[in-house]
Design a binder for this molecule. Structure first.
Ligand code: ADP
Ligand code: MG
Ligand code: MG
Length: 250
């Protein structure tokens, strides 16, 4: 699904990613952990195609296709979803209407007809029930006055609606209370299928009590320096990142 090879990337002339390799197959959930400033969000932004980052070496393949020259929007149409891609407040546009437009625009870009209203409503009902989102929330203006938890829940709702091939969740767990965390995790677990892949970037192990990753990677100083199973996340929780630094420098 996603193959990143020797990726080097800079922002404002400063190298942030320094030879990063990552291979994510369909059907897998990968967690990326690492200290602050390691380059986790940069990686997410680059895969999604944000323009302020410059890839200086290496490449990114999505389903075997080099996506370097595609704009963020085109990548989204190919099924790449990054949380917080749409953080804007849009007064007068409801959560529901925003989703309808986003879905139909994607379908149009894929050469499909608009989704029939009846199907759209069914899908909205299904996904909002899945994520325990109430009706009142769906008719609120997008992101306007949303609490941190509501923003996160809306992100997961967007993800569930878009059914991306590759979903990247960047610290979707930060600021969530335990109930919201459970709902977010539930949404991610239900999205998981043999046809898609999910990359969860997280600072804390606790999200991984609910979303069980197939692989855990440590991103440190612009590279993946260690990979393992869920046990690696537990080890990091217990021991922090210093031992990894020592391992690298040894
Ligand atoms: P993480 O998400 O792992 O905490 P980031 O990817 O946000 O790390 O940041 C990695 C480094 O890149 C940091 O030193 C950060 O200051 C820098 N950086 C990221 N994005 C930008 C940007 N748009 N402009 C300038 N520096 C940036
Ligand atoms: Mg950070
Ligand atoms: Mg970050």
């Amino acid at each position: 699904m996603l193959e990143i090879k020797d990726l080097h990337a800079s922002v404002e002339g400063k190298e942030i990613l320094k030879g990063l390799n990552l291979n994510v197959k369909a059907g897998e959930i990968h967690a990326i952990m690492g200290p602050n400033g390691a380059g986790k969000s940069t990686l997410a932004s680059i895969v999604a195609g944000k323009e302020e980052y410059e890839v200086t070496k290496g490449g990114i393949l999505l389903e075997g296709e080099d996506i370097e020259d595609l704009a963020a929007e085109e990548r989204a149409h190919k099924g790449v979803f990054l949380s917080f891609q749409y953080p804007v407040e849009i007064p007068g546009v409801t959560v529901t209407n925003f989703m309808k437009t986003a879905i139909n625009e994607t379908r149009k870009a894929q050469g499909l007809e608009e989704m029939p209203a009846k199907d759209m409503l069914k899908k909205i009902r299904e996904k909002s029930e899945l994520l325990e989102i109430d009706r009142k929330f769906l008719s609120r203006s997008l992101n306007e006055g949303f609490s941190g938890g509501e923003k996160k829940r809306n992100e997961i709702f967007q993800m569930a609606m878009m059914e991306p091939k590759l979903a990247i969740l960047d610290e979707t767990d930060s600021g969530l209370d335990i109930d919201a965390l459970r709902i977010v995790a539930n949404g991610v677990n239900k999205l998981k299928s043999e046809d898609n892949a999910i990359v969860v970037i997280t600072h804390y192990q606790r999200l991984l009590d609910y979303i069980v990753p197939d692989f855990v990677h440590v991103l440190y100083d612009g590279k993946i320096v260690k990979s393992g199973t869920k046990d690696l996340a537990l080890e990091l929780e217990e021991k922090g990142y210093d031992w990894i630094k020592e391992e690298i420098n040894a």
